[in-house]
Design a protein around this ligand. Structure first.
Ligand SMILES: Cc1ncc(COP(=O)(O)O)c(C=O)c1O
Length: 387
């Protein structure tokens, strides 16, 4: 069966009510008929549910569907994308270990790597996302993991997964990939050698901006370690959020196709606009890693970024004059969203710090929604006129 069919048809076992849609198991714990059954469950002699911090049928359905899409043996779902990122670091890294990470990563991941991992004696080296040829120089005797995002947030650099997989294998390192921007219907990092793949399910997977969630998938043995860490530390996904996210996976493929076709159209129309100094979209020939995108992605995804000629002030004007777009700290929604990192998410950094992570003053990130493409384009064009 195709993974997309599996993601639609994998379902919690039908109850005696003969429901068609999956029921929601909104419960914190599960009952046992007798002491022996309870003992056996606690002794890990079977897969019986005990407590929803450990497992829950609604969460299991979401995880099983994600594993089908990512071609993974096992998974564990977390309360947010950040708890998935944190669990993947804390499970496999210890004092004295070294992490190699691409430098263009989501802001909170950057904070975890630079502020919190060093508190536990875990060192890191950032490598440029667009210069994989120099990554080897960053690997040391104590390096344990390579961490990457592709496409990167918000700069849309594309990292060659085949290259990263080979580098990790040759140096006996764990390759950990944040696949949030592409989603598994567009890109399957495990095929290229990733050991762990994680997501902020809050974005495209939910797709309608309703719930927070995260998930880590990979080889069974490694996921078991993540499960043991999370079972004790408590970042479990709520059953309600899992139920919402699991339903969303049934439409992920069709949604992403439209997000991507809308985004490609908008990118093509704006590429040579006189108010922009550059525009990046993975499926445009002008993207510096276009060939890599074609190799590992089924489409260009739903995010476009570009640089406004007028810098910081133009960025503010761009946001202020949008009529339809939402100004909100999320992406991957049915509704188009615009953000200007330099005046919002990255405003506390100095200009030098922003430039070091490729946040230029006029950088705009657009999450292209499912509205009619003509309306999306019209809103961008009219605000560009005023910038
Ligand atoms: C690429 C990427 N990874 C991780 C996260 C963190 O996810 P969450 O907000 O669900 O904790 C985000 C959030 O924007 C993201 O864009």
């Amino acid at each position: 069966m195709h993974p997309i069919t599996q993601a639609i048809r994998t379902q919690t076992e039908r109850t005696g009510e003969m429901e068609h849609s999956s029921p929601l198991f909104l419960t914190s714990s599960f009952c046992f008929d007798n002491a022996e059954e309870m003992r056996a469950a606690f002794a890990d002699e079977n897969d019986d549910n005990i407590y929803s911090r450990f497992s829950n049928p609604s969460v299991k359905e979401f995880v099983d569907r994600m594993c089908a899409l990512e071609g993974a043996e096992a998974g564990y779902a977390t309360a947010s994308g950040m708890s998935a990122v944190f669990a993947s670091f804390m499970t496999f890294l210890k004092k004295g270990d070294h992490l190699v990470s691409c430098n263009a990563i989501f802001g909170s991941t950057h904070t975890v790597i630079t502020k919190y991992l060093p508190k536990y004696g875990i060192e890191y080296t950032y490598v440029p996302a667009n210069k994989p040829e120099i990554w080897k120089d960053a690997i040391r005797a104590n390096t344990k993991m390579i961490y990457i995002e592709t496409p990167t947030n918000p700069g849309l650099d594309i990292i060659d997964l085949e290259f990263a997989g080979r580098l990790a294998r040759e140096n006996n390192l764990i390759l950990n990939v944040d696949n949030c921007f592409a989603t598994p219907v567009n890109q399957v990092p495990i095929k290229f050698g990733a050991d762990i793949v994680l997501h902020s399910a809050t974005k495209w997977i939910d797709g309608q901006g309703r719930v927070l969630g995260g998930v880590v998938v990979g080889k069974e043995k490694m996921i078991h370690e993540i499960y043991l860490f999370c079972r004790s530390t408590g970042p479990a996904l709520s059953p309600f959020n899992a139920w919402v996210l699991s339903k969303s996976l049934e439409t992920l493929d069709v949604r992403m196709e439209r997000h991507a076709s809308n985004a490609l159209y908008i990118a093509q129309q704006l590429e040579h606009h006189p108010k922009l100094s550059w525009l990046k979209y993975p499926y445009l020939k002008s993207h510096p890693q276009h060939a890599v995108a074609l190799k590992q992605m089924n489409n260009g995804g739903g995010i476009i970024c570009f640089e406004l000629k007028g810098g910081l002030e133009s960025g503010r004007k761009f946001l202020d004059n949008l009529n339809m777009f939402s100004l909100t700290a999320n992406l991957g929604d049915t509704r188009s969203i615009a953000s200007h990192p330099a005046s919002t998410t990255h405003a506390k950094l100095t200009e030098e710090e922003r430039l070091a992570v490729n946040i230029t003053p006029g950088l705009i990130r657009i999450s292209v929604g499912l509205e009619h493409r003509d309306d999306i384009l019209a809103d961008v064009l009219q605000t560009l006129d005023k910038c």
